[in-house]
Design a protein around this ligand. Structure first.
Ligand code: NAD
Ligand code: UGA
Length: 469
């Protein structure tokens, strides 16, 4: 029986390994983590992450050929293939702070592998890493091992949260990069065989190590660039009377452009787009390519502009002040169907409104109050450095109010800001909401999910992204 160990039981490690276990009954998969709380949750009825379809997959194989454990050393020692899926956050201090990837967690994992491995291992980079990381990992492993052979593969993950299970069941492609030596090719084949249990062969791409590492950064940069492009056009739409949805539809009909990933929004969030582009920018700067670095940096600048443009629109529409006005924020997750708030635009929007002294009241169907308060209290990039995180103290002042009900959040409010495209926000009783609000009642739809015309008929003043007023 092939034995797989995955270091890192997060948003990638958990779902990815659960699907491998489901699709490969002859493979034993153990997911390990330094976080006891996370492993306990993976072994409980309440999984640590909310992802449609995940509970079902985990229930089918947990205890059969899928296990979650904190005994990292034991399972590394037993495994043939070790995936490393630890966090690779943006550095917050030292060389490259604010841009470069912090590989501390990765390096610790590699040192642990070198320490405990007694037989040959295939080590797979699942985390998103800077191009050439495999070379550094190889050095750590080779210089610390005792006669064990390691093959390093790059197998970046392309799943998106909210659709992770679907993406893993039917990926557009699986990418495997390896050394072009006989041993490297053998390792690539071994990993290919795992995926071939359910992924058609023509969707499994093999490349050299550096192409695989760079393709992951490039894919995220291209995806984010599409959103910044449509968001930049949304600003021009608002200035001219064009409608960004009509423009996106018209340009997306060109098969060379395509229709997906052209929804204008309050800005992209999520743990990876910004982090990976900053990482790409840093690599370009280190290679003496400032023009290329600046090109990608602008994707982030437009995203920041879109978030601050939204806040400015709220404040300027409400007679240039939101001081002491209650503002309901509907949606805090960075996209629908996830409870993940990493780099969510809601953080910047709430901070902007709080900066103007608004009284913000948040409702999100999946995000806990503790998470929201913590996100608003943290410094930029600190969220992905577990060592910086302190539990919320009981005496700390809570920056916002949080409710478990959209109607309670909007009651007595001057404005509603929709910041996540949860389906339930389309079905709310807006007549009831209007009646409970201060007048004039404003709706700022940062995701273009509500029918602005219908809401105007109720009496709301509605602002949508990139649409005529
Ligand atoms: P995460 O923070 O949810 O999970 C990482 C886990 O690794 C944490 O539970 C942490 O405790 C654990 N960990 C850290 N150091 C460890 C060590 N030395 N030993 C054992 N466990 C350790 O992160 P994530 O969202 O799963 O992302 C992981 C990687 O995958 C990142 O590089 C990210 O860029 C990439 N990625 C993420 C997504 C996504 O949708 N979240 C998609 C594709 C790629
Ligand atoms: C993204 C990529 O889509 C995945 O392929 C990649 O594996 C992953 O990053 C990663 O490396 O972490 P994810 O961040 O989970 O996945 O979610 P997306 O669906 O890409 O959405 C990212 C952000 O862009 C969200 O805030 C979303 O609301 C926003 N978005 C997306 C838009 O504003 N407009 C769009 O048209 C699409």
């Amino acid at each position: 029986m092939v034995k797989i160990c995955c270091i890192g039981a997060g948003y990638v490690g958990g779902p990815t390994m659960a699907v491998i276990a489901l699709k490969c009954p002859a493979v034993e998969v153990v997911v390990v983590d330094i976080s006891v709380a996370r492993i306990t949750a993976w072994n409980s009825e309440q999984l640590p992450i909310y992802e449609p379809g995940l509970d079902d997959v985990v229930k089918q194989c947990r205890g059969r050929n899928l296990f979650f454990s904190t005994d990292i050393e034991k399972h590394i020692a037993r495994a043939d293939i070790i995936f490393v899926s630890v966090n690779t956050p943006t550095k917050t201090r030292g060389l490259g702070a604010g841009k470069a990837a912090d590989l501390t967690y990765w390096e610790n994992a590699a040192r642990m592998i070198a320490d405990v491995a007694k037989g040959d291992k295939i080590v797979v980079e699942k985390s998103t890493v800077p191009v050439k990381t495999a070379e550094a990992i190889e050095k750590i492993l080779i210089h610390n091992s005792r006669g064990v052979n390691f093959q390093i593969l790059s197998n970046p993950e392309f799943l998106a949260e909210g659709t992770a299970i679907q993406d893993l069941f039917s990926p557009d492609r699986v990418l495997i990069g390896g050394r072009e030596t006989p041993e490297g090719k053998k390792a690539v084949q071994a990993l290919k065989q795992v995926y071939a249990n359910w992924v058609p062969e023509d969707r499994i791409i093999t490349t050299n190590l550096w192409s695989a590492e760079l393709s992951k950064l490039a894919a995220n940069a291209f995806l984010a660039q599409r959103i910044s492009s449509v968001n930049a056009i949304s600003a021009l739409c608002e200035a001219t009377g064009a409608d960004v949805a009509e423009v996106a539809y018209a340009i997306g009909k060109d098969t060379r452009i395509g229709p997906r990933f052209l929804s204008a929004s309050v800005g992209f969030g999520g743990s990876c787009f910004q982090k990976d582009i900053l990482n790409l920018v840093y690599i370009c700067e280190c290679h003496g390519l400032p023009e290329v670095a600046n090109y990608w940096k602008d994707v982030i600048k437009i995203n920041d502009y879109q978030k601050s443009r939204f806040v400015n629109r709220v404040v300027s529409s409400m007679f240039n002040t939101v001081s002491e006005k209650k503002i309901a924020v509907l949606g805090f997750a960075f996209k629908k169907d996830t409870g993940d708030t990493r780099e969510t635009p809601a953080i910047d929007v709430c901070k902007g409104l709080l900066g103007d002294k608004a009284k913000v009241c948040v409702y999100d169907p999946q995000v806990t109050e503790e998470q929201i308060q913590r996100d608003l209290a943290l410094n930029k990039f600190d969220w992905d450095h577990p060592l910086h995180l302190q539990p919320m103290g009981a005496t700390e002042v809570k920056p916002v109010a949080v409710t478990r009900d959209a109607y309670e959040a909007t009651k007595g409010a001057h404005a509603v800001c929709i910041l996540t495209e949860w389906d339930e926000f389309k079905k709310l009783d807006y007549v009831r909401i209007y009646e409970g609000m201060q007048k004039p009642a404003f709706i700022f739809d940062g995701r273009n999910v509500v029918d602005a015309q219908q809401l105007r008929e109720i009496g709301f003043i509605v602002y949508s992204i990139g649409k005529p007023l």
